[in-house]
Design a protein around this ligand. Structure first.
Ligand code: ASP
Ligand code: MG
Length: 406
């Protein structure tokens, strides 16, 4: 007998029929001799709908009130799913985040889980009840409702799986697993059988949205095996687990593309201590996330250029801030390119193979794709390119690293 956590995302519980189908899958897993804890998201579109509703009242909603509002979406699905399971003759019980002891910090709208006091869950399981937990929420030390940030139900599921030492945490969604690249960009993308936590973390941070990045960090920390699979069919899905020997043999396991990049360059700033601190503090103060940073060595003029990338959504704001800093520092000026993409190859096998970066650059060169910036980590190489070359680059790299035949 295994203990499984099954998390169903918004599209899997999008309407009453889908909820009934979820109940059937849960019941059939129980009939196979497993214990199941269910975690549900809000119905597809519900969180957006509630957010829109609040914006009709005010442009600056209080975050504490926002959390109570948004947490209601998941409560609705947890109660409905419990009813659907009961209708099939099984015992089920819905729970809010508070009722299953999910204790978070007080950062409303993006709270971090501090602990899970799972006694009630344990009791429910002992009494052969199927718990159905409202994802995405907890309470802080003052008993105020908090939420975990968009897509946060994944985190709830993994946190519960970790707290109860579940054998497996299944994340049910509307895709069949994790792909070697975005199937929308390249049709020949292949579903991976398994991927390591670290690779998945890189893919998630590069925009592969199947799993919330923090849920993967949590799973890695507590060694919770994850499966990403579709709730629309019985296909097995992709296993996300600790790195193993087979994985190291594969040099590159995925190609990720992020088409929403912009680059800002501040030109001719003095090459003296404090310049970078000045600029990036000003940007951080506006809560803008910076990705790549390149600073050139200065020529004999003792001035240098600093370039960095931000998401296109933040680029206007970042440009304004940089211009102000440029004026203050007496730099030569600021320019921006907002039509960029970041293309990345990811694989734990890179650690033990030579020439991976060279063959990536070679492939791009052969296809006439100019590289504007480069960054690397142990298991990832990213290049910034013109957004119009995204499809070409993805296809070429997918081929060059033989991902079709993995
Ligand atoms: N309902 C929340 C959202 O749409 C949380 C989740 O679905 O995981 O972001
Ligand atoms: Mg999600």
């Amino acid at each position: 007998m295994a203990l499984l956590v099954q998390k169903y995302g918004g599209t899997s519980v999008a309407n009453a029929n889908r909820i009934k189908e979820v109940a059937e899958r849960v019941v059939s897993t129980v009939k196979q001799g497993n214990k199941v804890i269910v975690v549900v998201s809000a119905m597809a579109g519900e969180t957006d709908k509630l957010t829109k509703l609040s914006s009709k009242i005010t442009d600056t909603p209080d975050e504490r009130e926002m959390d109570l509002l948004l947490s209601s979406g998941e409560r609705i699905t947890s109660a409905l799913t419990a009813m659907a399971i009961q209708r099939l003759g099984f015992k089920a019980m819905s729970f809010t985040g508070r009722q299953v002891g999910i204790i978070t910090d007080s950062t409303h709208t993006k709270a971090m889980i501090e602990r899970v006091d799972a006694d009630r869950l344990v009791r429910a399981i002992q009494e052969d009840k199927i718990p159905v937990v409202a994802g995405f929420q907890g309470i802080n030390e003052f008993s105020d409702v908090t939420t975990l940030g968009r897509g946060g139900s994944d985190i709830t599921a993994v946190a519960i799986a970790a707290a109860l030492k579940a054998d497996l945490c299944e994340i049910y969604t509307d895709v069949e697993g994790v792909y070697t690249t975005d199937p929308k960009i390249f049709k020949k993308a292949k579903k991976m059988e398994k991927i390591s936590y670290d690779e998945m973390l890189e893919m998630a941070s590069l925009g592969a949205k199947v799993l919330h990045g923090r849920s993967v960090e949590f799973a890695k920390k507590y060694n919770v095996p994850l499966v990403v699979r579709s709730s629309f069919n019985k296909t097995p899905g992709t296993l996300v687990i600790k790195e193993d020997k087979d994985m190291e043999k594969i040099v590159v396991s995925g190609v990720a593309a992020d088409k929403n990049q912009a680059r800002i360059t501040i030109m001719g700033v003095a090459d003296t201590p404090g310049i970078a601190a000045n600029l990036f503090n000003a940007i951080a103060d506006e809560n803008i996330i910076i990705d790549m940073i390149v600073q050139n060595i200065s020529s004999d003029t003792k001035a240098t250029d600093i370039s960095f990338t931000v998401s296109r959504a933040d680029c206007k704001k970042a440009f304004e801030i940089t211009r102000k800093v440029s004026d203050k520092l007496g730099a030569k000026g600021v320019n921006m390119n907002r039509d960029l993409a970041k293309i990345s190859i990811v694989g734990v096998g890179m650690v033990s193979h030579f020439g991976v970066a060279a063959s990536m650059f070679d492939t791009l060169a052969k296809h006439g794709v100019n590289i504007m910036m480069i960054s690397t980590s142990e298991i990832k190489i990213s290049c910034v390119i013109d957004v119009k070359h995204t499809e070409t680059a993805v296809r070429a790299l997918h081929k060059a690293f033989n991902l079709e035949n993995i």
